[in-house]
Design a protein around this ligand. Structure first.
Ligand code: LRH
Ligand code: MN
Length: 391
């Protein structure tokens, strides 16, 4: 039975938790088949940040917005950072984009042509300037680089090129800035992806230095991969820099985190909590990376934040002493039962109480719906070009 002390400690920890939102989740998104436009969608990064601020307003735990360059390019990043502050949030990680420029068809940092690699490195230096202008301390790199056919290029030479280019980018960072390198096992490349797994990303970041870590996107693993094992291993190395949370049934579906597999999200948060990595100063950034192709975007982000809170709450209610004792005693079913007790606990009232303790409405989805904001943006945002991936 979970004691009141553990519940109080869990609620205190949940009040400290923060989840970073992706600016691109508020724009139109889709698949290669169709991008469905939705009424009221932002037309620029200022409106994206205003929408993200709504999620923070009703959940209290989403104070940062991650930007993507060039999707969020503006003339004055200082003004954008001040706008974010006025909205009660701040700029989080800066994402580079080397997956939409024609010159990067055969790769960016791994491209055979040194001029193309130099262009890709320059783009990252531009992103570092955006970090300086917005106060962001983190550069997030995902390379779509890869091959579609055996023989197309040298697998080994591409690794050497990436290592050399990453070293140049890392050297361009200020001393208080960091970079995180994301991996993905396929798409858009269909034979080799140059940074396909946690091991490859880890090798590259360890070669760079202490201010380089790995991003784990929960949608970027081969089916059947035990993601919580990867989490435990990266935490052991002190190299888990960030999560891109989402969920999937098949590939990189970018659905709401916890929607497709809430038990997996719980198992991941159990590894996080067991290592104390849920603490604000753990250095792990909990981000969402999702696309709301058919559902309303702001409520979907609110629901996603709630899913992370609920998985975290369950993990915080694990009876760690009983679990350790059962594990020490080789009590297989006993240990499993301890974990399942926590997972099977309905934590929604506990998390609703946390919101009340933070001076918020217990049900953020209902509170947002009652605010009239959704209707306001539909009536105000007429004309102009809606934001999207621009693919
Ligand atoms: C690549 C990815 C990466 C982002 C993009 C929006 O699939 O996960 O994190 O740059 O989505
Ligand atoms: Mn991602």
């Amino acid at each position: 039975m979970v004691g009141t002390d553990q519940i109080a400690a869990a609620q205190a920890a949940l009040q400290q938790q923060t989840i970073e939102l992706p600016s691109w989740a508020f724009g139109n998104s889709g698949t290669r088949f169709k991008v469905f436009a939705q009424a009221g969608v932002p037309r620029d990064p200022f409106e994206k940040i205003a929408d993200a601020a709504q999620v923070h307003r009703y959940t209290g735990v989403a104070p940062r917005v991650s930007l993507h360059i060039p999707w969020d390019l503006v003339d004055d990043f200082g003004a954008l950072a001040r706008h974010a502050e006025d909205q009660g949030v701040r700029i989080g990680m800066i994402n580079s984009n080397v997956f939409q420029d024609d010159d990067f068809m055969l790769g960016s940092l791994a491209h055979p042509d040194p001029r193309v690699r130099a262009k890709a490195v320059d783009h990252h230096k531009q992103c570092i300037d955006v970090m300086r202008a917005t106060g962001s301390k983190d550069l997030k790199i995902w390379l779509s680089d890869g091959l579609n056919y055996p023989g197309q290029d040298s697998i080994r030479a591409r690794q050497d090129r990436i290592a050399e280019a990453l070293a140049e980018i890392y050297a361009a960072l200020d001393d208080d800035q960091h970079l995180v390198l994301e991996y993905k096992f396929f798409e858009p490349a269909f034979y080799v992806t140059d940074v396909p797994d946690w091991g490859t990303s880890l090798l590259h970041v360890m070669a760079l230095g202490d201010r380089a870590k790995v991003v784990l996107d929960t949608g970027h693993h081969a089916p059947g991969t035990n993601i919580e094992f990867v989490v435990a291993q990266l935490l052991r190395q002190g190299r888990l820099g960030a999560f891109d949370f989402n969920s999937r049934f098949y590939a990189d579906d970018d659905l709401m985190v916890g929607a497709a597999d809430p038990f997996q999200l719980f198992r991941i948060m159990h590894e996080i909590v067991s290592a104390g990595a849920h603490a604000p100063d753990s250095g792990v950034n909990f981000m969402l990376d999702q696309c709301h192709n058919i559902e309303p975007k702001i409520p979907a982000q609110i629901r996603s934040v709630m899913n992370v809170q609920e998985a975290t709450a369950k993990a915080l209610l694990v009876d760690a002493e009983a679990l350790a004792a059962a594990q020490r005693g080789g009590d297989v079913l006993g240990a499993h039962a301890v974990l399942m007790d926590a997972y099977d606990t309905d934590v929604r009232p506990l998390v609703a109480q946390v919101r009340e303790q933070m001076g918020l409405e217990p049900n953020p989805v209902a509170a947002y719906a009652a605010s009239g904001y959704a209707e306001k943006i539909v009536s105000e945002r007429v004309g102009g070009a809606q934001a999207g991936w621009g693919a």
